[in-house]
Design a protein around this ligand. Structure first.
Ligand SMILES: [Zn+2]
Length: 58
């Protein structure tokens, strides 16, 4: 899996399916967001869509 440098979503693609940014293989930790509107971490990270997100992306 690769992570988007901008929105941090995890994907198998080389570009992010949501924002079009290039993805990176260098990421650490992940977070599963089921309901972004009711998640403090999601709000902090600016996550608006449910999914799997990397915590750190280089
Ligand atoms: Zn993205």
């Amino acid at each position: 899996m690769k992570a988007c440098r901008k929105c941090h979503i995890l994907t198998t693609r080389s570009t992010c399916p949501y924002c079009g940014e290039a993805t990176s293989e260098h990421w650490q930790g992940y977070l599963i967001v089921l309901d972004p509107n009711n998640s403090e971490i999601a709000k902090k990270m600016g996550i608006k869509m449910p999914g799997k997100y990397a915590l750190k992306v280089r």
